[in-house]
Each structure stands twice: as C-alpha cells, then as structure tokens.
Design a protein around this ligand. Sequence first.
Ligand SMILES: Nc1ncnc2c1ncn2[C@@H]1O[C@H](COP(=O)(O)OP(=O)(O)OP(=O)(O)O)[C@@H](O)[C@H]1O
Ligand SMILES: [Mg+2]
Length: 316
Amino acid sequence: MPAPQPALDPVVLKLWTAVDPHSLKVMELARKVAGTAATVLIRGESGTGKDQLAQLIHYLSPARDQPFLKIDCASLPAELVESELFGHERGAFTGAESLKRGRLELAGNGTIVLDEVAALTVAAQAKLLRVIEEKKFERLGGSETLQISARLIALTNADLERAVALRHLREDLYYRLNVFPIVVPPLRNRRADILPLARHLLENICALHRLPKQSLSPGAAAALEAYDFPGNVRELKNMLERAAIFAPGQEIGADLFPAHLGGREKKETKTTLQEMERQYIAEVLDYTRGKKTRAAQILGISRKTLLEKRKRYHLD
Ligand SMILES: Nc1ncnc2c1ncn2[C@@H]1O[C@H](COP(=O)(O)OP(=O)(O)OP(=O)(O)O)[C@@H](O)[C@H]1O
Ligand SMILES: [Mg+2]
C-alpha cells in the first residue's frame, strides 16, 4: 500500500525531497517523533541525508526557533568531545582558564545532534547514558548537577550491533538510543527520489554559483536513474555541482558526468530506428537460417518486403 501523502510545506520540501515511498515513510517517522521529546537515532550509509533529516526533525518540532547544535564525535579528539559536550569549570584541566558551557547547556530547549555517536569513548558513553536517562550531567571538573532540556538526535553510519559485540559501544546505551530508530535508505533503494532530488539540488547549486538555471538532458537523467550511487545523495550533489559548472549551455548532458556512470550522452550512441530494424531482420534471418518465408512470417511482413529490406540493408 502506498504511504499516505503528507501535506508538505515548502520549507519541508526544501529540507527533505521525498517522492519514493521509502523516503515518504522516513518523513512520516520524522513527523511523528518531531512532536515528542524522544531521543532519536538516525542510521544510514554515508551521504544518505542523516544530517538533513535531523534538521527536518528540528524544523518540524515545537523547538524550531530554539538552538540547533551539532557535535561531531568522530572528528574531534576524545578529550575535546567531552568538554565540548558537557563544558568545563575553570581549572578543570590544564588550559581550562575559564568556565566553558557545553553544547548540552547551550542547546537550551532546542536540539543537539551527536554525529557518529559510536565514536564516543566508553567513559563519555556512560555520561551520555545518564544524560538520556536522567537528563542530568556535570561540567568537567564541576560538582553542580545541571539539567538538560534539549532533545538529542544521534546519527551513525556504523554497524552498532557489531560495535556492541566488540564492546566498543555500551549495550545499555545502544538500547537507549535504539528506542526510536529511523533508517535512511541508500539512494539506490529509493530510485524514484533520484530525479526530483537532482532537480532540487541543481536549483540550489545554480543559485549558489550564480549560474543560469540548468536542466538535465534526457540522456543525463537516464544515466542518473540507472546509477547505483555508492556515495548516495552527497555523490549526486557533487556530481551535479561539477557538471553545472562545466556545462557549456543551460543543459547538462551525460558527457559531463564521470565515465563510470556509463551513461554517455545517448545522442551519438543511440541506434536509429533503421539500425534497429536492420539488426532485428539480421537476427531473425539468422534464427531461421536464411529461410525467408519463415523470417517474413515472424517479422509480420510480406516475403517481397523482406527481400527489399534485405537488399537495402545489405543483408544478402
Ligand atoms: N532528502 C534530501 N533533500 C535535499 N537534500 C538532501 C537530502 N538528503 C541529503 N541531502 C543533501 O545531501 C548531502 C549529504 O547529506 P547529509 O550530510 O545529510 O548526509 P549524511 O547521511 O549525514 O552523511 P555522513 O554519514 O557522511 O555524515 C547534503 O548536502 C544534504 O544537504
Ligand atoms: Mg552527516
């Protein structure tokens, strides 16, 4: 059964282009959870739109005018992640010259996004668990217990079950995070989104680079629709950006896409109707081992017409 069509306001459409039933389902889940204070876990391959979806949830929530803060647990050094997240008191460690509020505090009643949550150290995971369960934490080096009122959204492209098995991720945190999981499917599994997304991204790209509006040639559209996008929406976006900048006119041809797309502009390679007819007649003649009456029957033409075509196409 197709997912019910949600009423989409223009900002939502900008944040989350969804046409395919799989991504409409994701949007439905986002809508449902947005109205609650629940901690959300967004899972999905790299480039599928996890950050984008976190923004959508924030926008759809009553906290949309409150802060939206993000912390990347994978790219910051472990010590920094904790002080960024929880903040620190003056003198908590060497170099902590003044009090610093963490993002949990600064997010107020808004939303805080923990990107690559599985990259947190086990010590930080224990603190996070307490934040989720009791809404409480202390600044590093502090004794005052603070209350968090922001909503947490955790993102990951890691295999969390494996991380638990390897004891890289605390099992109790895993269960806590997994209360409201949303899995963003890879782009290749929601193919109906490819072209609407491409058009949406292209519009943004042209505006960003002050380029005249561009469109996709039929060959380019076909090449995109047939491609698997291992890098998901990010790959699509990068590809379009490059193509839009290099496009000589206002139409993007498939020749502007990387060769591995295999969708070279069909203008040169597409066979004409005549060429197809020639090939097909040759195939049928081959099949009937040169028996013309039988071949004509299969082709649905008279023997005379077949002989004419055979001559014209030099098949004799
Ligand atoms: N549904 C969508 N509608 C519009 N833009 C999208 C959508 N999904 C993704 N994008 C765009 O694609 C790019 C990649 O998305 P995003 O950064 O959210 O992916 P991610 O899943 O967080 O990737 P990573 O795991 O590498 O962090 C971004 O530029 C984002 O704006
Ligand atoms: Mg991301």
